[in-house]
Write a protein that binds this ligand. Structure first.
Ligand code: GLU
Length: 442
C-alpha cells in the first residue's frame, strides 16, 4: 500500500514552493488509495514555532488536503537515540570537533588547490587522547555519518535513473554539538517506522537522497521510492526565492485566490499539460500522473494564477459561494441573481464586497460636469420607470437616445458611473433590477 508524507519544518509560513511537495504527495497517495502523512520536522527547537505548526494545518485545511496521520519528530527523540546508538556501535557515526569557521577555511584551501570541498575526515584520525584534549578545551562533538564512497543510484519517479557519487559528498552531520538530531537521520527513521513507500520532494534534496539511501541500508532497512520535482522559478525564468515571502498560502488566500484555482494551477506546473480549472479534488486526482512531470524548472506566473482564479469564479455555481455572499452583506433574496450578474466581472471573491456595497447603496456617483443635465434627466426617466425589470434599461436608454441624440458610450457610460460609481462592471440591463433594491430600502 502506498504511503506518502509531507514533511514541512515549522520555521515559517508555507508558500507556493512548499505547496508542490504537499500537493504531489497528497495526490499520489489519493490516486493509489494510500495513506498521506503530515509530518512536522521540528527537531530544530530554536527555529521551530508552534504557531507555524497551527498555520500549516490551517493552510492545508483551507486547500482541502487532508491527512490520515499526524506525526512530529520532536515526539520521537527516543527512537533517534536508539538509531544513533546502533549506528555508533556499527562505527557508521563518528565524532568530529571542527568549528564552522575551521571547516570554512578548510573548504577554501581545498578550492584553491582545485579539489572538491569535501570533508577530509580528519576527525577519523583523532586518537582517544586527542579527543580528550579537545573536550578538555570545552569542545563538544558533532557526529557524522561515514558514507560508503560509492555511486548510489535509484530509479527516480520523475527524473528516471539518477546517480550520485558519494565520494564527492561530505559525510553528513546527523547530530549537532548540542545533541540535537538533524532531519537527515530522523527522516529515515520515520520513513522506515511509518512504512513510507514514496518520497516526493524538490530536486534540492537529490544529494540528501543518496546519503539517506545509505542510512536506510546502514539501519538494515530498504529505501523508499524517490521522486524529485524541479524547483519553481519566476515566469521569466529567474529565481523565485526573493518573492516566496509574498507568495505564502496565507497571502494568496487573503488576496482572494480560490483553493481549487491554486490546486489546479500547481498540479500542472512542471508538466507540459495545459493549465485548466478543475472543479474539485476528485477531478484533480483523476487527472494526476506523476510521470507527466519533467526536469525543467516550473514557471510560476502570478498573472497566470490570477487568470485561472478568475476563470474558476466565472463558472462557480451559486451554491458554492452562497455563504461567502451572505458574509459580504448580499441580501439573501437577491443573492443568486446577484452572483449570476457579477461573477464574470470579478477576479477574486474578495471583489464581491465592493459590488455588495454598491447594491446596498454605498455609491459615490461619478458625474462629469458636462453630463450633469443629461444624468439628471436620465435619473428622472429611470425613476418614472420603476419597478426596474430586465427590460427597463433598454426601454429607458432607447427613449433617451431618441430624445437627446446621444449614442454608444456617451449614452450609457454617464449612467453607469452615476449608478455604480465605476466605469466597469456587468451588463447594466441585468444590474439595474438589483440596484432598485437600495432605492426601496433607502
Ligand atoms: N523537512 C524537510 C524539508 O522541508 C523535508 C524534506 C523531505 O521531504 O524529506 O525540506
Amino acid at each position: 500500500m502506498t504511503v506518502t508524507r509531507f514533511a514541512p519544518s515549522p520555521t515559517g509560513r508555507l508558500h507556493v514552493g512548499n505547496l508542490r511537495p504537499a500537493l504531489l504527495n497528497w495526490l499520489h497517495a489519493r490516486k493509489e488509495g494510500g495513506t498521506f502523512i503530515l509530518r512536522i520536522d521540528d527537531t530544530d527547537a530554536e527555529r521551530s514555532r508552534e504557531e507555524y505548526v497551527d498555520a500549516i494545518r490551517r493552510d492545508l485545511d483551507w486547500l482541502g488536503l487532508g491527512w490520515d496521520r499526524f506525526e512530529r519528530q520532536s515526539a520521537r527523540m527516543e527512537r533517534y537515540d536508539a538509531a544513533s546508538d546502533a549506528l555508533r556501535a556499527d562505527e557508521r557515526l563518528y565524532p568530529a570537533y571542527e568549528t564552522a569557521t575551521e571547516l570554512d577555511l578548510r573548504r577554501k584551501y581545498q578550492r584553491q588547490a582545485g579539489k572538491p570541498p569535501v570533508y577530509d575526515r580528519a576527525a577519523l584520525k583523532l586518537s582517544d587522547d586527542d579527543r580528550a584534549r579537545l573536550e578538555g578545551e570545552g569542545r563538544r562533538a558533532h557526529w557524522r555519518f561515514l558514507l560508503d564512497r560509492e555511486r548510489v543510484s535509484w530509479d527516480d519517479g520523475i527524473r528516471g535513473e539518477t546517480a550520485v557519487d558519494c565520494a564527492s559528498v561530505s559525510d553528513p552531520v546527523l547530530i549537532r554539538e548540542d545533541g540535537g538530531y538533524l532531519y537527515t537521520l530522523c527522516s529515515v527513521c520515520d520513513d522506515l517506522d511509518f512504512g513510507v513507500t514514496d518520497v516526493i520532494r524538490g530536486e534540492d534534496h537529490v544529494t540528501n537522497t543518496a546519503t539517506q539511501i545509505q542510512i536506510f541500508r546502514a539501519m538494515g532497512g530498504s529505501p523508499t521510492g524517490f521522486a524529485h520535482h524541479s524547483l519553481l522559478v519566476d515566469a521569466d525564468g529567474s529565481s523565485l526565492s526573493k518573492r516566496l515571502g509574498s507568495l505564502t498560502l496565507e497571502s494568496l488566500r487573503e488576496g482572494g485566490i480560490e483553493p481549487m484555482a491554486l490546486l489546479s494551477y500547481m498540479a500542472r506546473l512542471g508538466t507540459s499539460d495545459p493549465v485548466e480549472p478543475r472543479a474539485d479534488h476528485a477531478e484533480l486526482i483523476a487527472g494526476f500522473d506523476l510521470s507527466r512531470f519533467g526536469r525543467a524548472p516550473a514557471r510560476f506566473g502570478t498573472e497566470e494564477l490570477a487568470a485561472l482564479n478568475a476563470k474558476t469564479l466565472h463558472t462557480k455555481p451559486y451554491s458554492e459561494v452562497a455563504d461567502r455572499l451572505r458574509a459580504a452583506g448580499v441580501p439573501n433574496e437577491v443573492a443568486e441573481h446577484f452572483w449570476s450578474v457579477i461573477r464574470e466581472n470579478i477576479e477574486g471573491l474578495d471583489d464581491v464586497g465592493a459590488w455588495a456595497a454598491i447594491l446596498n447603496g454605498a455609491v459615490d456617483p461619478l458625474v462629469a460636469e458636462e453630463d450633469r443635465a443629461y444624468v439628471a434627466e436620465a435619473m428622472a426617466e429611470l425613476d418614472a420607470a420603476r419597478p426596474w425589470t430586465g427590460e427597463t434599461w433598454s426601454h429607458v436608454t432607447g427613449a433617451l437616445k431618441a430624445r437627446t441624440g446621444r449614442k454608444g458610450k456617451a449614452l450609457f457610460m454617464p449612467l453607469r458611473k452615476a449608478l455604480t460609481g465605476r466605469a466597469d462592471g456587468p451588463d447594466m440591463a441585468m444590474l439595474l433590477p438589483l440596484l432598485q433594491r437600495r432605492e426601496e430600502s433607502a
